[in-house]
Write a protein of this length. Structure first.
Length: 229
């Protein structure tokens, strides 16, 4: 009963959330631009090294189906699974393979668009690494940031390759919805990562986005009033 209520609520909020993401995208971009220049060389160098390390491995090995198809598929299906569990569904099957891709099955409710589209914006390996490092800070800072750059590069490349009009998941939720929601959602997690690297709080991040959103709203209202007068 509760799962069906959660599904219904998430599906009801589908377009309000998409429009919020669309409206917030410029504000998120400006919040990122304000902070990204504050990253020090001690952070940028290992992070960039991690980005390029995965990119090189991807070009040399992971573009080959034998080496590169299983891990992105696993992460994709794992993300479906996480969001199914978060929205209180019971996962009954999880499967990935080199040849036939993967699938997840769950019960407890009809499902919701968030489960369907989560792999196209949520950086699962990045979040898992951040959580693991928070509770078990075993890695030196430089090594942690290098590894963080590595998994961010994985997320960016796999997301770009997966996000296309032929994907059944995207067709299921609607391509126009995807155009409204996904850019802002992906940019949101990128910005949050930058704030984490700068050791800034989530409150500071949301406040920065909010302030820029209010500014854009005021500009839009001023423009509309000017056109009407």
């Amino acid at each position: 009963m509760l799962t069906r209520f959660i599904d219904g609520l998430i599906n009801l909020l589908k377009w309000p959330i998409a429009l919020l993401a669309l409206f917030s995208t410029p504000a998120i971009a400006l919040a990122i631009s304000d902070e990204i220049t504050k990253l020090s060389g001690n952070t940028l160098i290992p992070f960039t090294a991690g980005l390029f390390a995965y990119f090189i491995l991807w070009k040399l090995l992971f573009t080959r189906r034998l080496w590169g198809s299983w891990l992105p598929t696993f992460e994709h299906e794992l993300t479906h699974t996480l969001f199914a569990l978060i929205t209180l569904h019971k996962v009954t099957d999880f499967h990935t393979s080199y040849e036939k891709g993967g699938h997840v099955q769950y019960i407890g409710g009809p499902g919701n668009w968030l489960i369907t589209i989560a792999p196209y914006f949520f950086p699962t390996f990045v979040i898992l690494l951040l959580v693991a490092h928070f509770y078990f800070p075993l890695l030196q800072r430089d090594l942690f940031i290098l590894l963080l750059g590595f998994v961010v590069s994985f997320h960016l490349i796999s997301t770009l390759l997966e996000t296309n009009a032929k994907q059944p998941d995207l067709s299921k939720v609607g391509l126009f919805f995807c155009w409204c929601f996904l850019p802002g959602a992906n940019l949101f997690f990128l910005g949050w990562l930058i704030f984490i690297l700068l050791e800034r709080s989530a409150t500071q991040y949301f406040t920065s986005i909010y302030n820029y959103s209010i500014h854009h709203g005021e500009l839009a209202l001023a423009f509309a009033n000017k056109q009407l007068t």
